[in-house]
Design a binder for this molecule. Structure first.
Ligand SMILES: Cc1ncc(COP(=O)(O)O)c(C=O)c1O
Length: 422
């Protein structure tokens, strides 16, 4: 749907947005350099109004259109939109153990990263798989492949990778490990939209890849996510798992009518309800158009900051990007080196006081979170790389609109702290 007269609302919506930013600038937030900033504008709001006023708010034509455009963008034949990146992870995990494919059996082991967003772990656990932590390489912030290989045992059947902070993993090594040990690969790309390895989009290397369009991510649909995969029957399974197991949501399967069964209410599998809305898909269509410009600006800003950080490489570093990898910078993750002469806590307190918002690198070493006391399988032995990220790492925002003068101000803030302590 595209209503004929929504363009007449462009000026009033623009006026509302200007008023909103004027009101906000009277009451400045605590942070002049926040973790995230809104990336949507008039066009996204008009797309949402179009869906509201045409009474097409639930999953419909825009969702299909966004899925097709996303699959073209990612170079994957199939894309299935859901209501969050966590839901994408959840459906991938449930697809692994679904009787339709039986890729895995409940109780099989899947190796997972020790530094990631926790829903990447909860999903396989909820699907009945046994997760085991792999250590993290503090240079790349991704899985330590030596530790990964040492943890492959008789019950290991799959690996769930994450391309943390937009930094692609070594996919040659991942592919050769999976081949050698006959393992299924799945990829969490929720922080890596637009990232590539040797020219190929992350998420296309394994059985399926998940993406997130949360407010602070590379593009936003407010909340939202996407699954990509190659296989048509598998994409149908995702469509069934997305909406009740309901036959009408399958794209390729054409089930025969069954006696005594109304085909309108026919269920081919079980499923959740994690459908997106048309408002989200309308946002997605507009944001996807703008993604190349957003990512180019993110890259430029990260490179500018990198040049500054490189001057202090004995005390702090950004993550290492491997040869052949194209990073789609999600944020600016900073690792203090073991030689650093000041405490991370002192730097963070100072940055927060100066109006620069900070966070740990995702959840730090997940094995140190209180939740691990509830689930024995999450009690892992030594994870020194994840501990290093936990103890010496933090991140600050990276925005596709940041003006150079703001980056210079950010650098001045860092420099003031470092000069005082040298
Ligand atoms: C690596 C990773 N996986 C999964 C998710 C979950 O995505 P969502 O917040 O859309 O549920 C996130 C969210 O930030 C993430 O960073």
């Amino acid at each position: 749907m595209n209503l004929k007269y929504t363009f007449q609302l462009r000026e009033p919506v623009q006026a509302l947005l200007s008023e909103a930013s004027r009101i906000n600038s009277y009451k400045p937030e605590k942070y002049w350099y926040p973790l995230s900033m809104a990336t949507y504008d008039v066009e996204e709001i008009l797309a949402a109004i179009d869906s509201l006023c045409s009474f097409r708010t639930t999953m419909w034509e825009k969702t299909g259109r966004f899925e097709r455009q996303f699959s073209d963008f990612a170079g994957s034949p199939e894309a299935i939109m859901v209501n969050s990146g966590s839901s994408a992870d959840l459906l991938i995990a449930f697809a692994l153990v679904n009787p339709q494919n039986k890729f895995l059996n409940r109780g099989d082991e899947i190796l997972v990263p020790s530094v990631t967003w926790p829903t990447q772990l909860w999903s396989p656990m909820m699907a009945g798989l046994k997760v085991r932590f792999v250590d993290t390489d503090p240079n790349t912030l991704n899985m330590d492949f030596d530790d990964l290989e040492s943890k492959i045992g008789p019950k290991t059947r799959a690996i769930s990778l994450v391309h943390l902070m937009g930094n692609p993993c070594d996919m040659d090594r991942a592919a050769s490990i999976c081949k050698k040990y006959d393992l299924i690969l799945i990829e969490d790309c929720c922080e890596a939209l637009g990232a590539k390895y040797k020219g190929r989009s992350v998420g296309t290397f394994g059985m399926a890849g998940s993406f997130s369009f949360f407010f602070s991510h590379h593009i936003t649909t407010m909340e939202g996510g996407m699954i990509i995969c190659r296989d048509q029957p598998l994409s149908d399974l995702f469509r069934l798992l997305r909406a009740h197991g309901w036959a009408r949501n399958a794209k390729y399967a054409n089930p025969e009518s069954e006696e005594g069964l109304d085909p309108r209410y026919m269920f081919l599998n079980w499923g959740f309800n994690v459908r997106p809305t048309e408002l989200q898909a309308g946002f997605g269509l507009e944001q996807l158009r703008r993604l190349p410009a957003f990512n180019a600006q993110r890259f430029q800003n990260a490179s500018y900051f990198q040049k500054y950080i490189d001057r202090h490489s004995s005390i702090m570093r950004l993550m290492e990007v491997l040869p052949g990898a194209e990073c789609s910078w999600f944020a600016l993750p900073i690792m203090l080196t073991p030689k650093c002469h000041f405490k991370k806590a002192d730097l963070l307190t100072y940055l927060e006081e100066e109006g620069v918002e900070t966070r740990p690198i995702v959840a730090g070493n997940l094995a140190r979170q209180p939740v691990c006391r509830l689930y024995p399988e999450l009690r892992e032995g030594d994870l020194p790389g994840a501990d290093a990220v936990h103890d010496r790492g933090f991140y600050i925002g990276l925005h596709p609109f940041e003006a150079k003068k703001n980056l210079d101000r950010l650098i001045e803030v860092f420099e003031k702290f470092i000069c005082k302590r040298s």
